[in-house]
Design a protein around this ligand. Structure first.
Ligand code: SF4
Length: 183
């Protein structure tokens, strides 16, 4: 017989519960579903990508967060993980991949290079991917350990859970994309 005390139950979204029914906001349910089924698109160019491979593997097991389903097609992914040094020549490609993802979509900059150019303060390296696409979470480190990548994914889950279903059609969001010249 299983010992239920061994398991931690996830709290349901805030709402009103009674016998035989549970009332909450549609936004909270959508947020909960989205947050626990983020499909990653790994855009890995160098060493940080190796850390992500470890994060995917059995020891760290990103499947615990509902994110084991890799997508190498931008159209079937909603969490873009950018890992590694991004050369300025590659920036338009990264931007194209971001634009090809359908809404809603989120971005994590994994490691110092993706976040700020890292140690490569040089003419050929993009000094942070937020120069070309909006970023939701930055993971520090060179390289970040798998625990830090998981922490970044958990931070993003919190953002996703609390995002209004109307955010993507808001003026504020359009202005954000407009500031990157993305339509
Ligand atoms: S942050 Fe460090 S480990 Fe990650 S890609 Fe850059 S140099 Fe490599």
């Amino acid at each position: 017989m299983s010992d239920s005390s061994k398991y931690t139950m996830v709290e349901p979204p805030a709402g009103y519960a009674g016998e035989g029914f549970f009332a909450t906001k549609l936004s909270d349910v959508v947020g909960l579903a989205r947050a626990n089924s983020l499909w990653p698109l790994p855009f890995a160019t160098s060493c940080c990508g190796i850390e992500f491979m470890a994060t995917m593997a059995s020891h760290y097991d990103v499947a615990r967060f509902g994110s084991e389903r890799m997508s190498f097609s931008p159209r079937q992914a909603d969490m873009l993980l950018v890992m590694g040094t991004i050369a300025k020549k590659m920036a338009p490609i990264l931007r194209q991949v971001y634009e090809q993802m359908s809404e809603p979509k989120w971005v994590i900059a994994v490691g110092a290079c993706a976040s700020s150019g890292g140690v490569f303060d040089t003419y050929s390296v993009l000094q942070g991917i937020d120069k070309v696409i909006p970023v939701d979470v930055y993971v520090p480190g060179c390289p970040p350990r798998p625990e830090q990548i998981l922490d970044g994914i958990m931070k993003l889950q919190e953002i996703v859970k609390n995002e209004s279903v109307r955010r993507r059609s808001s003026d504020e969001y359009k202005d954000l994309l407009g500031s990157y010249n993305i339509k």
